[in-house]
Write a protein of this length. Structure first.
Length: 250
């Protein structure tokens, strides 16, 4: 099938993940669910797993598998407030790369509820600060309230505004409003992150079929809130344009 026909077919189903994971367990979310879990005991084990195990292991793995290069860390070095970060969603574990880019700045990752239906993984990703997105309208009030509170307390929350995972896709797709709604309502900046691909070089091109990865952290973008609905759309379009421009540069 011609590439343009494939892209046309994909664009008709852009809310659907191309890769579907095995999800044998149930995941129940009610109006009292604790999306951002804290407390001294939980924080201790979360930090231990995140910084003591996941961070060093993933630093090595992402370098070996993807020859990961991270650019633009200076754009978040002096971040003092809560923030929304957004990126294109092009790898199953691109969240690990985003975590490495932020270093010791805590980031919480919104994810589809299905990730919490995988044995063992559901426990691990909770410790690694994953936040399930509720699918029922009755549970969204609690979700919004807890994320608003976290942003006001200086937390960083990551969203995939394209929603679905399209592996190795090299364009920026359409954005949903959610991330930008949170940014405008809480008056926090949006940090755009672009994941691009490059051909392997040197000895890597002898055994590497898929492309290597560069992650670019772009300058934070803010929006003066006057009319919330208009501001959300303006901010969304501004972030989308900046990310499009940077993905074309590669």
């Amino acid at each position: 099938m011609e590439k343009w026909l494939i892209e046309e077919e994909l664009e008709q189903n852009e809310n659907e993940d191309i890769i579907h994971l095995y999800e044998p367990l149930k995941m129940d979310i009610d109006e009292n669910y604790q999306y951002i879990k804290e407390g001294k005991v939980f924080s201790f084990f979360s930090n231990l797993i995140y910084y003591g195990l996941a961070f060093p292991v993933l630093t090595i793995l992402d370098k070996i598998i993807y020859d990961l290069k991270i650019e633009g860390k200076e754009n978040i070095k002096y971040l003092k407030t809560g923030a929304i970060s957004v990126s294109n969603h092009v790898l199953i574990l691109d969240c690990t790369m985003i975590g490495l880019a932020f270093g010791f700045k805590k980031v919480y990752f919104t994810t589809r509820k299905g990730s919490f239906k995988i044995p063992f993984v559901r426990k691990l990703i909770k410790l690694l600060r994953a936040i399930p997105i509720p699918t029922k309208m009755s549970n969204t009030e609690c979700f919004i309230k807890q994320l608003d509170f976290a942003l006001q307390k200086g937390k960083i929350i990551h969203f995939y505004p394209e929603q679905a995972l399209w592996p190795y896709y090299e364009k920026i797709r359409n954005f949903k409003n959610g991330a930008f709604n949170f940014a405008v309502r809480n008056n926090v900046p949006v940090i755009p992150i672009v994941i691009t691909f490059r051909e392997p070089k040197g000895i890597r091109k002898l055994f590497k079929k898929k492309k290597d990865v560069t992650l670019k952290v772009l300058a934070p973008i803010t929006c003066e809130a006057t009319n919330q609905k208009e501001d959300i759309e303006k901010l969304k379009q501004k972030v989308h344009k900046v990310m499009e421009e940077n993905i074309k540069e590669e």
